[in-house]
Design a binder for this molecule. Structure first.
Ligand code: HEM
Length: 415
């Protein structure tokens, strides 16, 4: 049945089916077909929580427009939250957003992050020594998790023996970022437990750094507080929470999705091996092709009309970043992985995988560096990757979408 033809009364239309499929864990391995139906149905499609924004032009416009806020959806998405999630600046507006983001932004500039390249290279090199010695591995647990987790924990100053505990807490919190209506009782309970554990653990670490300062980001935040910057303990914990959760749950999927994309596109894998300098632009193409964060939400703060659609103050929308990235109206050959798309001299529209505007991803330089170093290592040290489980299983997570396992055989290059 054509997506534009209405179904008989009582039947679900193809567009309604696509809306259902787009949140169904059974379709997590390929939500892109549903996105295609939704995009063709129009730029705004009614969804379970406000309209879904399906296309690049409108998604870009909304993300950049300060009349859309990211501070008001919490009640809507998480009505079942029985724990006070410490507020992070991701869900704030100026002036609080400016004050809190300003405290950590220096640590994440492209220049500062470039200073950690050597550390990232050593980590990746050690991880590949182990992976290549084993041959058969779960690349998520042996590469995609340890790299970003170690990098963000070291930046903050979390002791090495606590990294696994931090990973567990942040996993429970990341699952809880999805709308409550999609979560089971166990998942809601796990979120509550994880937030309590997080507050306890990082509360203690903050106290420790007050007494025993170190050259790390937690100490810098404690110092800022001591030097008179207004910063409540809840805000401090909220800042740490967003850095930890956003700092690795997302990059894990970038690495996982990227490796999978290379396995599924052997011509592009071969191209990268021929030209390892493609690693940097390839990061952006992988971000576009299979985004680690599939959606975000916004609420209208003023009446406005976009593409003929009227919005009233308080209207929520779900911006489908991953659908905008595959919009054929914005990207020629949108469904093709083309590692040269963002190479120097090529002119491609920007992808929306790091968001846009006020809340543009603070950690983008770190995520880009980690992925670039990984792609270079693959180009230089790996001759072939074979899937041992096809398709790989996916986690049920909707917002931060990715695999739960990537069981592969990795063959070394003969050097
Ligand atoms: C591939 C990896 C990553 C992806 C795809 C990603 C994606 C995003 C997206 C889409 C947003 C905007 C959300 C919105 O506007 O609603 C965002 C914001 C943010 N990200 Fe990332 N992120 C990644 C890695 C990181 C890393 C490594 C860090 C930090 C260590 C980080 C920290 C943040 C923070 C703090 C914000 C909030 C910024 C603000 O509100 O001003 N992210 N990220």
């Amino acid at each position: 049945m054509n997506a534009h033809h209405p179904a008989p009364a009582g039947e679900i239309t193809p567009v309604q089916q696509a809306v259902i499929d787009s949140v169904d864990p059974a379709w997590r391995h390929d939500p892109y077909r549903s996105y295609e139906v939704l995009r063709e149905a129009g730029p705004f499609v009614p969804g379970p929580i406000g309209h879904l924004v399906t296309r690049h032009t409108e998604a870009e416009a909304i993300m950049q427009d300060p009349r859309w806020s990211h501070a008001e959806e919490s009640e809507l998405l998480h009505p079942d939250s029985d724990v006070e999630l410490p507020g992070s600046f991701l869900w704030m507006e100026p002036p609080d957003h400016t004050r809190l983001r300003g405290l950590v932004s220096k640590a994440f500039t492209a220049r500062t992050i470039e200073g950690t390249r050597g550390r990232a290279e050593r980590l990746v090199s050690d991880l590949f020594d182990k992976i290549l010695a084993q041959g058969e591995v779960d690349l998520l647990s042996e590469l995609a998790y340890p790299l970003p987790l170690t990098m963000v924990c070291e930046l903050l100053g979390v002791p090495a023996e606590a990294h696994d505990a931090v990973r567990r807490m942040s996993g429970g919190i990341a699952r809880g970022l999805d709308p409550d209506l999609l979560l089971s009782r166990e998942e809601l309970d796990a979120r509550t437990r994880s937030v309590h554990e997080f507050i306890q653990f990082f509360g203690d670490l903050v106290e420790l750094r007050r007494r025993d300062p170190r050259p790390d980001l937690i100490t810098a935040l404690v110092r800022a507080e001591a030097s008179g910057v207004r910063l409540t303990t809840t805000e401090l914990l909220g800042t740490l929470l967003i850095l930890v959760v956003a700092g690795h749950e997302t990059t894990v999927n970038l690495i996982g999705n990227g490796v999978l994309a290379l396995v599924r596109n052997p011509d592009q894998f071969a191209l990268l091996k021929q030209n390892p300098d493609l690693a940097a632009p390839a990061v952006d193409e992988i971000l576009r092709y299979d985004a680690p964060v599939h959606l975000t939400t916004r609420t209208a703060r003023a009446p406005m009309t976009i593409a003929g659609h009227d919005f009233a103050p308080g209207d929520p929308v779900v911006v489908l970043l991953a659908s905008a990235n595959r919009d054929p109206g914005a990207f020629p050959d949108a469904h093709r992985l083309d590692l040269t798309r963002y190479a120097r001299g090529h002119r491609a529209r920007r992808h929306l995988s790091f968001g846009l505007g006020l809340h543009y991803c603070l950690g983008a330089p770190l995520a880009r560096l980690e992925m670039e170093v990984t792609l270079r290592a693959i180009a230089e040290r790996v001759s072939a990757i074979t899937l041992l489980e096809d398709p790989p299983p996916y986690r049920p997570n909707l917002v931060v979408r990715g695999m739960s396992r990537l069981h592969v055989h990795v063959r070394p290059s003969t050097r």
